[in-house]
Design a protein around this ligand. Structure first.
Ligand code: NAX
Ligand code: K
Length: 482
């Protein structure tokens, strides 16, 4: 099962891999036509009722595969208000091909007639709220008729995020849904078929620009809060690492980032930038006596990043264990802090970000072959019950069930500090997103930022170069097409 918004992610990933949406629409339309042929007698009359989005576009394609049937296509609205380029092109192909079409201006002008079959292509995954006019009147007419109703993707009125059915929704006899079933279809009294529309498996496996669509606020099923507050617990032997993480978190959209660090590095850390809020504590390094204070602070943040620059002193690692075992929010665990993860008992949602060496120390099996590595990481994450992101030429991200692979990044990024940047981006995204998605998007964004920096600096790139590229990668450079 897949939600409408996750479908859009995969769809955009497919486009990034050279399979544009118009091609998928052609497959969708073909699948709809096949379903119509299955229920139609040779002399059946077919009425296509289409909306102005891509759900309608699928039906326009289907019409070209239904030659020989008596088909009339009604568009609910003016052709120039069709919302996407590809749906408009497929509508134009019907007009140019002398197919029988009409555009319904308003609900009063809608007359369903008495067709044998209705193709319901008014609304698919793009529905927002209850049916408006003229869709509402059209749905009532469809439900009143004796026609066999074939719905495209979902019955118009089903919300593919939540599975909720509007009161005025179309009652389908058959549903042809694409790629995978959608929430709510199971509960319908309809014959549902899933059509393979040729989306490459890689579009789900690899993290691509489509994954970043989750950062849009268009998702009707989600109620994301603000952009999140992140606490970085780091520093001691090193001051640069927590600063790199904190700045990356800010660039990745966090509203507020605080850094809790030992007094001795507080001033140095503050020197890295006026937008860092530094909360120093007594001492030269993290120790168990700070656990209470840090846990209290952590509770007021949406995500914690723990590890950058902490060092591996025994007291420090003990304190890490204390923090993780007392915390129940979302935490990104990096660097030396990773050592204590396998033995800690915690209610927190962890995102562990080891490189291969750290992963081996945690007890994970490493491999140079990315597919084998993906299997190892998946099993490790399943045993741990947490999200694990193992960095490499191909980063592997898994929660034990779903495993994603990221291909962005380059050899120039082996320079110190890029891992701290990744931890910071992950923290910012984890403040508002599901942990697995946050880790996958962060790996992609960090690598893309590195690729952009590499274009300018080649092997001379340094971790701070990535900071400036992050906003561009996350919000401007993601491409996308209607
Ligand atoms: N992977 C994918 O995402 C694919 C999607 N395809 C099709 O594209 C569909 C999604 O297309 P779109 O995103 O264009 O969205 P839709 O075509 O589902 O709906 C968008 C249109 O409906 C209007 N609308 C929204 N809510 C309404 C309401 N409550 N009452 C009346 N009108 C309303 C919008 O203003 C817009 O014109 C899928 O359901 C599927 O049929 C396929 O073409 C191929 C692949
Ligand atoms: K539909």
């Amino acid at each position: 099962m897949i939600t409408g918004s996750e479908m859009a992610v995969i769809d955009e990933n497919a486009a990034a891999m050279g399979v544009p949406r118009k091609q998928l629409m052609e497959s969708s339309g073909h699948a709809v036509a096949r379903a119509v042929r299955e229920v139609a007698d040779a002399d059946a009359s077919v009425r296509v009722v289409a909306g102005r989005g891509n759900n309608g576009g699928d039906a326009f394609v289907a019409v070209r595969f239904l030659d020989g049937f008596d088909v009339t296509t009604s568009l609910l609205g003016r052709p120039d208000t069709i919302t996407t380029e590809i749906a408009r092109e497929n509508w134009a192909a019907l007009a140019d091909g002398e197919y029988r079409t009409d555009a319904v201006r308003d609900s009063a002008a809608f007359d369903l007639g008495d067709p044998d079959i209705v193709v319901d292509a008014m609304l698919g995954t793009g529905i927002r709220g209850d049916l408006r006019e003229p869709e509402r009147t059209a749905a009532a007419a469809i439900n009143d008729s004796d026609a066999t109703v074939v719905s495209v993707d979902v019955p118009s009125g089903l919300n593919a995020e939540t599975g909720e059915l509007a009161e005025t929704a179309v009652e389908a006899d058959r549903v042809v849904t694409f790629h995978d079933t959608k929430p709510g279809l199971d509960a319908l009294d309809a014959d549902v078929t899933v059509a393979d529309i040729g989306i490459p498996a890689a579009a789900e496996r690899f993290v691509e620009r489509g994954d970043l669509m989750r950062l849009d606020d268009r998702d009707p099923g989600s109620h994301k809060g603000q952009n999140g507050e992140v606490l970085v617990i780091g520093g001691g032997p090193y001051a640069g690492a927590p600063a790199l993480s904190a700045k990356a978190a800010l660039r990745a959209g966090a509203d507020l980032v605080r850094v809790a660090c030992p007094m001795v590095v507080g001033r140095e850390l503050q020197g890295f930038g006026e937008d860092l809020i530094v909360r120093p504590y007594q001492g030269k390094q993290l120790e168990p006596r700070q656990v209470g204070f840090l846990l209290q602070m952590a509770r007021h943040h949406d995500a914690v990043v723990i590890g950058p620059g902490l060092g591996d002193a025994e007291e420090t690692l003990e304190a890490v264990e204390g923090i993780l075992s007392g915390y129940s929010g979302t935490a990104v665990v990096d660097a030396d802090a990773l050592a204590r993860v396998p033995q800690v008992d915690t209610d927190a949602d962890l995102i562990c970000t080891p490189h291969q060496g750290e992963f081996a120390k945690m007890g994970g099996r490493v491999s140079d072959d990315w597919e084998e590595r993906a299997n190892f990481v998946e099993r490790f994450a399943a045993d741990l019950g947490q999200v694990v992101l193992v960095k490499g030429a191909y980063d592997v991200v898994s929660d034990g069930e779903t495993t994603r692979v990221n291909r962005t990044g380059n050899a120039g990024m082996t320079v110190g500090g890029t891992g701290d940047v990744l931890a910071g981006i992950t923290g910012a995204l984890a403040a508002t997103q599901d942990p697995l998605d946050a880790a996958a998007m962060a790996a992609y964004a960090n690598g893309r930022a590195g690729d952009r920096a590499f274009e300018e600096r080649n092997n001379g790139l340094v971790a701070t170069d990535l900071h400036d590229e992050i906003p561009e990668v996350l919000w401007t450079d993601r491409g996308g097409e209607a």
